[in-house]
Design a protein around this ligand. Sequence first.
Ligand SMILES: [Zn+2]
Length: 147
Amino acid sequence: MLLLFGCQTNVNNTQNEYIKFVPKISDVAQLTLNYHFVPELSTERMLCLYGDIGNNGMISINEVYFPVQLNSTESYIFTKSCPLYYNKNFLLGTIHNHPNSNCIPSSFDVQERVKSWLYLNYTYNYTKRIIEGIVCGEVYNYYIVNV
Ligand SMILES: [Zn+2]
């Protein structure tokens, strides 16, 4: 299975397609993200996010995983899909960078990604939500994408 991420246009979010939030993130996960998302990246890169959601709704990112990157430009990334589990943590979503763009999900990110995840029956049955991280420069933004 493959995942495609693209950033051609920005969605205007009038339908609340995504909601920004701040996760709890482990040191090892953040260090791994910092290693991959150096600010000078000129093309997109994508990693998989793993963790759990507490009874209080707090989303914790405990691990990240770097899948095989198949093709990448400054406006899209094409990778192999994320494993469902990693070190006993469940797949919550993904994170990718926007080298020359806004730090919000593109319409392609929201619409095509959710379709592919529903098709893959990924995290939806477990969490009822999909987490999407967007990195621009040194800024990390996290969104819950409504499905
Ligand atoms: Zn994107």
